[in-house]
Design a protein around this ligand. Sequence first.
Ligand code: IPD
Ligand code: CA
Ligand code: CA
Length: 266
Amino acid sequence: MSQIPNDYQPLLAAALEMAENAGKIQMKYFRQSNLEQSTKLNDSDVVTIADKESEAYILGFIRRHFPDHGIISEESGREHEEKEWRWVIDPLDGTTNFASGLPVFCVSIALEHNKDAVIGVVYAPYLGERFHAVKGAGAWLNGLPIHCSGKQELSKAVVATGMPYDRNDNADNNLDEISRMALRVRGIRRMGSAAIDLCYTAAGFLDAYWELNLNRWDVAAGQLIAKEAGAIIEPIRTDRNHSILASNPGLHAAMRQILLHESPNQ
Ligand code: IPD
Ligand code: CA
Ligand code: CA
């Protein structure tokens, strides 16, 4: 593991500060009755006051401290996204969990340099878990280095996935993939936060994770964290936004075969 480059230190410190304070905002509303909940695309696509307040805080911080940087953020979109430095923000990932009182939710903050993620922070405040990674330097959970699992047998693997929000309108909804996978692995989990799925794959709590039709803000930080922890991240589709498989190296080929219907020696 190499050292964090000096140039990245203040940027990492800023990302960690934003994540900690966004987590406090989330906790202020968690399991309270004043969530001001509404839906976006359909009833499966929820937003709350905590998503909006977390985002307003993060965007305000970036505009104050890094006025030259671009931003892509889930709720309020894009600002100068062609800039050399660009922040990719999911102010609350796992909103369905959050709005139901389930504890698997987080804030996800990535910094890209020329569209390549160099810093990623995912903070799950209820769980007290803070993941971060710096490109080329490694990945950490609460300050301790993490590495993906070493399992090689699919029958012993615990994997996670999710279902796309357009599942009611689009038959390409991951049900086929789930039914093929379910009979081959020890267990499938639906954690409800893409960022946490990626971080748990990074830490070896999950052995692999796949999902179709995600957005950049769902995966930007988590992918870097998983990659820096030794996982293989691969796009598994080109026609469904960000559709990815993240896996420990020992299970990657087998996962891929099942998801993509490949024959074993392909
Ligand atoms: C969602 C979560 C979920 C995944 C969805 C995402 P949100 O993000 O990451 O696990 O299945 O596709 O959109 O809406 O809670 O930020
Ligand atoms: Ca999300
Ligand atoms: Ca979100």
